[in-house]
Design a protein around this ligand. Sequence first.
Ligand SMILES: NC(=O)c1ccc[n+]([C@@H]2O[C@H](COP(=O)([O-])OP(=O)(O)OC[C@H]3O[C@@H](n4cnc5c(N)ncnc54)[C@H](OP(=O)(O)O)[C@@H]3O)[C@@H](O)[C@H]2O)c1
Length: 352
Amino acid sequence: MPLQLVLAKRPTGNIIPGETFNLVNIPTPSVKDIPDRHVLVEALYFSVDPAMRGWLDDRRSYIPPVKIGEVMRSLTVSRVLAVASGVTKFQPGDIVTCMLGIQEVGILPESQVDKAFPIAPGSGLKLSDLLGVLGITGLTAYFGMEKIGKVKPGDTVVVSAAAGATGSVAAQLAKLAGAKRVIGIAGGKEKCRLLKEELGLDEALDYKANDFRQKFKEATPDYVDVFFDNVGGEILDLMLSRANAFARFVICGGISQYNNSTHQGPGKYFFNVITQRVRMEGFIVMDYMKEWPEATAKLAKWVSEGKLKRKETLVKGGIKAAEGALQLLFEGKNVGKVVVEVKGPEDPVAKL
Ligand SMILES: NC(=O)c1ccc[n+]([C@@H]2O[C@H](COP(=O)([O-])OP(=O)(O)OC[C@H]3O[C@@H](n4cnc5c(N)ncnc54)[C@H](OP(=O)(O)O)[C@@H]3O)[C@@H](O)[C@H]2O)c1
């Protein structure tokens, strides 16, 4: 019987294994269960995102919280198993992307399912990239830099959580846009090595090191023109201390605060927003949905041409591994995009 990961109890801090979610079996759906204009799909890959933690809090946001008893929300790469009458866009076997949630199989309206961006053989791309560099995190990096960061040649650009899915792409896009100096901030020596040696950043700083503040000051002699923030809290405040006049602060995320009941905002250096005329702007990648196809094609081209490198932490073990995969993000144990593999496209199709 197929499995679902269901929200059992809202966490107040970190997700508690075995308490926050329940794994439940559901009856195997059959073709006759599919309403008109709906499709039955099976999950191949689940996207694992820091935003999932926010979706568990019962507060006003850009999207309603997941309800107690509901399947945990997640974007997936899925395969169509069966279609009902009235479905025009899909047929069994099609690879699609959809908000299936963390469940092995499910039924969705055709209108909530998208044909997957075609992964051309020999392009160097793979299906799980549809959730990373070609999916939400790659698009977030792209639109954050393009619409808010507006990197100009000569700029000094800083990216926090730079070894993560969004940050690693954002930092490389800043280089492609002609930034003079791109500095990544990440936890630990190995991530900093990767940023410089593999992704070609000019500087990488370990925010966990004792001399981080001093090193950061030394690394920004011309101050900071663009800050792409994934972390918030103390790091955001520190960046304000080095903001250049007319700097753009791309407020993408604040993972350092997601498990806290009260959120720390800019403090000591907040008035630099005024004195340096800093523009701080938050955004949600969905704001630019109409432009996704064009941006996805550009990102795919850059990866295929070797101009953009992507990193991935692929978690095997299917739905049972999903809860642990989410924790990796908050422990900094991932590099690049965290994806849970349920099954590869070559694996047998689920029996109905
Ligand atoms: N606005 C949007 O539309 C949008 C869309 C997608 C994602 N986001 C946001 O973008 C950010 C990155 O998401 P992602 O999916 O790409 O995740 P990610 O960067 O791949 O993973 C999260 C990383 O955050 C770092 N981190 C965790 N706790 C931290 C802390 N207390 N202080 C500093 N760093 C910490 C860890 O790296 P270290 O080892 O370096 O600590 C970890 O690897 C998140 O804030 C997310 O909410 C926003």
